[in-house]
Write a new protein. Sequence first.
Length: 341
Amino acid sequence: MTGATPRILVAVIAAIAAFGAGAARAAEKVVRTPSMFDPASTPAEAIDSYTMLVVAICAAIFLVVGGLLAFAVVRFRARPGDEGREPPQIYGSNQIELAWTVIPVLIVVILALVTARTILDLQKDERPEGWLAITATGHQWWWEFHYPTLGITTANELHIPVGQATFLDLESQDVIHSFWVPQLSGKTDVVPNRTNHLWMEAREPGLYVGQCAEFCGTQHAYMLLRVFVDTKEDFERWVASQQEQAAVAAAVGPGREIFENTACVNCHTVRGTGARGRFGPDLTHLMSRTTIGAGVAPNDRASLVEWVTRPDHLKPGVLMPAMQLEPARIELLVDYLVSLR
């Protein structure tokens, strides 16, 4: 075994441990590295095709202009004996005038037509049969996803079925955000007091990573989101599990009592209990998610203890206050949270 091999093994083990139990549940999904040059959805493919066309036209212009410039520099460079003599001047070439007028106009017209067609494709409102409706709401600094026809509300992790058109209504509860999953669709601003629209139609199952693409405060960089593109069967199983009421376990009764008698219920909802808060994420199936704090930490017991104890330590500026509970009561509270699957 070489000296580098142990270091590689340690790095791999550390990376696996950093994801925690939550990431382990997503391990079966193919995690796609975020890249707008690797489209996996109909709108993203339209954007990629448009981008490649623009790049090709710009590259051709660069080669032509650069080639003519290089030719002029070499062909008409100063030679010995040219001192004091003006080179021949050419005026009034109709062919040259027409060329550098007509060609740019044609390029602009082509780009304008292609741009208009692409924008119309991305903003289409034609809803095919079986389309899925989702309302995505941006908060500082997390995402709320509501499925109005399915009665599901979750946070930061969006599940959609492969091959099915999904239309999102984008709203904001505070400042301007921007919804962006590079491989599934383009950027769309999320503006207060306005509903914008976005659609996607993923063609390959997997886990696609996105984020807020508009600076929205101190934790803008940690306003991440994950889109799980499930097979039809996996999506139906996920929907069925999310539609269930919160798990009830007698063993975590003390923790549930703490939850229902603290400020937690002012912000969070847990279906089947008296918690009906609207300011924070729905916690009914908290442990079905892979991260907490919109991607700031893996969703495991240790992170939950840290989050409840000192949320500002994991995410400075977060609006969630520290619970100011004794360590023993925090452990009981986390016991209850871990049971919400």
